[in-house]
Ligand binder design. Structure first.
Ligand code: ZN
Ligand code: ZN
Length: 211
């Protein structure tokens, strides 16, 4: 992992952005591999240790990002997922191996994701409505979303995070915040444990970069 990684009392502190779009507003097409490669390079330039690749209703960019990071042995932990459109708002699902269908209720989508694999992480992004801010059955919620602003989230039962919701590689660096995740190991199970134990805090983007 990157040299900026800090260890404190056995925990490793990693700078994460768990909700980003490698395809932007576009669709998966012939240039997908190039877009994914540029996205991962942007993540490294932004000083991230962990990136969630969560395109709209499409798991393919996330899976491609996993392949790319392994092939090039990049010092970045990629979490493949998707931002699923539900009848009640968007839901970011990380750790998927198979895509989830859109246009079901939020609760049904959550139940299906859990049934598919207990080792998925479920995040409510940009919670515009009170019902989303109070959504149960999830692992984390965004208080800050650099595309849509700050949300009045006061949850103490789940992790509260900041995401870029980047639609371009430049958006990754432009986000003034990161989610600092304290893991016992740099791995997908390590991230799951940390988020479920709420070892996640919102920090400035320059955290750990020595400026
Ligand atoms: Zn969204
Ligand atoms: Zn998004």
């Amino acid at each position: 992992m990157t040299s900026g990684v800090e260890r404190t009392s056995g925990l490793i502190r990693l700078r994460a952005d768990l909700h980003t779009h490698a395809m932007g507003d576009g669709r998966f097409g012939a240039n997908a591999a190039d877009l994914v490669a540029r996205h991962l390079e942007g993540a490294l330039e932004a000083g991230l240790d962990i990136i969630g690749v969560t395109d709209h209703d499409d798991l393919r960019p996330g899976l491609l990002a996993l392949e790319e990071v392994e092939r090039r042995n990049l010092p970045l932990l990629v979490l493949a997922g998707m931002e699923v459109t539900t009848d009640d708002g968007h839901l970011v699902v990380l750790g998927l191996q198979e895509p989830l269908k859109r246009w079901r209720s939020m609760n049904e989508t959550i139940a299906l994701a859990r049934e598919r694999d207990e080792e998925t992480l479920l995040i409510v992004p940009h919670p515009f409505f009170a019902s989303l801010r109070e959504q149960t059955g999830i692992d984390a919620i965004e208080r800050l979303n650099h595309r849509y602003g700050d949300f009045d989230v006061t949850r103490e039962d789940i992790a509260v995070i900041a995401s870029s919701d980047a639609h371009t590689a430049a958006d990754l660096a432009a986000n003034p915040k990161r989610t600092l995740i304290e893991v016992t190991e740099i791995s997908w199970p390590g991230v799951i444990d940390a988020l479920r134990a709420r070892r996640a805090t919102i920090v400035p983007a320059h955290w750990g970069r020595g400026d």
